[in-house]
Design a protein around this ligand. Sequence first.
Ligand code: MN
Length: 244
Amino acid sequence: MASPPKIPLIGMTPLFDSALKNCWMLNEYTNAIEASGGIPVIFSLGLGGEALAAALERVDGILFPGGQDVGPWHYGEEMLPTCGPTEPALDDLEIAMARRAFEMDHPILAICRGMQMLNVALGGSLYQDIPSQLAAASPLPHEQKNRVPVDYPIHSVAVVGGSALHRIVGKGRLQVNSLHHQSVKNPAPALQVSATAPDGVIECIERKTDGAFCLGVQWHPEHLFKRDEDARKIFAAFIEACRG
Ligand code: MN
């Protein structure tokens, strides 16, 4: 008799605001994990050292959510006036988690800030502000807040043929939402670009070599989950990888 599919535990970092002394999570992330067959587990901000290692052993995959800008000191740059608010304690937790989870071959899905942080954790860099640094090259608005509801797409991305993303969605072009003012500049040595916007902004990165699922998306599939099959395919592929 076939046993029922494993229900994987998905470790997540919280959203965090140090001024409000508040850690929290948005329902759309946890709903998307649950609807795809996983159990979300929120890691606390104080985890570190052996406790963090033990927590990572007990989960089957990691989801890094959106949030504030990553501190530019993590990729060797001075902070520009156009860089947004940062949360150094969250940077420290997530960078430690990302490096260890990547080494452990844990499946990783990293969304928006999560993708940027993953890239920085593995040695890549970021544009601190698309409108001021890429103004000539980027006529596209990458921030749809106050223009288009977040569960509607605002721009397309071209998917790189042969990439893991291409295998997941089965097509060369996606329509995505966009709620970011930073983007990947130099991909980390272990990562490669798997989708770009029409203005060249990097919108998806993935593990270069075969191995565990490791995908960073600049858009927000959790907002698109209800109305967009491609967003559901991304979560489904992640949870399937976490079943191991
Ligand atoms: Mn975008």
